[in-house]
Design a protein around this ligand. Structure first.
Ligand code: PGA
Length: 256
């Protein structure tokens, strides 16, 4: 069985003291839910503080992006070598990075390969725009993003990769895709693409999250879908009560 994985993407929220105080409060509340993998992705400046605060707990830490070079003249960037040992996961290809920071399918692929080379586990985000969705292009856009992100990644590495389907029109808008729609993209398009690339046995082991306006109220709807293995959560991960409720709902829906 695929272990459910819920990641909180804090985006550009919380100062360092706020981040550390938050995880001190959260960690004991999440301790009982060992059947769910729990990941916090703070801003770069809070990563070391949060990693220290969570040492000895089962909560994991992720970064929100990474550069593909080990070092160099890349002002403002953070390399995979710098994240090694500090975080277990790294989000790559978030739609906000694609929209505002020049992320492309090509840079996503470079970052995925660089992260894997440094033993970091990528959470690769894909998603279609409202316009693409309304034009009936969801399957071709998502299939294309998955193929591009995974170009040159071998089957053995798929155990270290999590995929996240995040329809852009559902992020931070309060407009979520229904559980059935998310299941059809995740179970249909994404897992079908993985079967095509790596064969059924490998494809069935890859964890795929849904993301976009996930809240305690709709968590059960997503987590009760057979192909949805977790969630990448923005807004609702910023409040301890909401994040704890999401983890509890995931554990209940998956019976873990
Ligand atoms: P949201 O963000 O939960 O606030 O919609 C999700 C994400 O961007 O990962």
């Amino acid at each position: 069985m695929r272990k459910p994985i819920i990641a909180g993407n804090w985006k550009m929220y919380k100062t360092l003291p706020e981040s550390v105080a938050y995880v001190h409060e959260l960690a004991p509340r999440l301790a009982p839910f060992t059947g769910v993998e729990r990941v916090i992705c703070p801003t770069y400046i809070a990563l070391a503080g949060v990693a220290d605060a969570l040492r000895g707990t089962e909560l994991k830490v992720g970064a929100q992006s990474v550069h593909w070079e080990a070092q160099g003249a890349f002002t403002s960037q953070i390399s995979p070598a710098m994240l090694q040992g500090l975080v277990e996961y790294v989000i790559i290809g978030h739609s906000e990075c694609r929209a505002y920071l020049g992320e492309t399918d090509e840079t996503v692929n470079k970052k995925v390969k660089a992260a894997l080379a440094y033993a970091l586990k990528p959470i690769v985000a894909v998603g279609e725009s409202l316009q693409q969705n309304e034009a009936g292009q969801t399957a071709s856009v998502i299939g294309g993003q998955i193929r591009a992100a995974l170009e040159g990644v071998d089957a053995a590495n798929m155990a270290n990769i999590v995929l996240a389907y995040e329809p852009i029109w559902a992020i931070g808008t309060g407009k979520n895709a229904s559980g059935a729609v998310a299941q059809s993209v995740i179970g249909g398009t994404i897992r079908a693409t993985l079967i095509d690339l790596y064969g059924d046995a490998v494809a069935q082991t890859v964890r795929i999250q849904y993301g976009g306006s996930v809240k305690p109220e709709n968590m059960h709807e997503y987590m009760s879908q057979p192909d949805i293995d977790g969630a990448l959560v923005g807004g609702a991960s910023l409040k301890t009560n909401d994040f704890a409720a999401l983890i509890e709902a995931a554990a209940k829906a998956k019976g873990v």
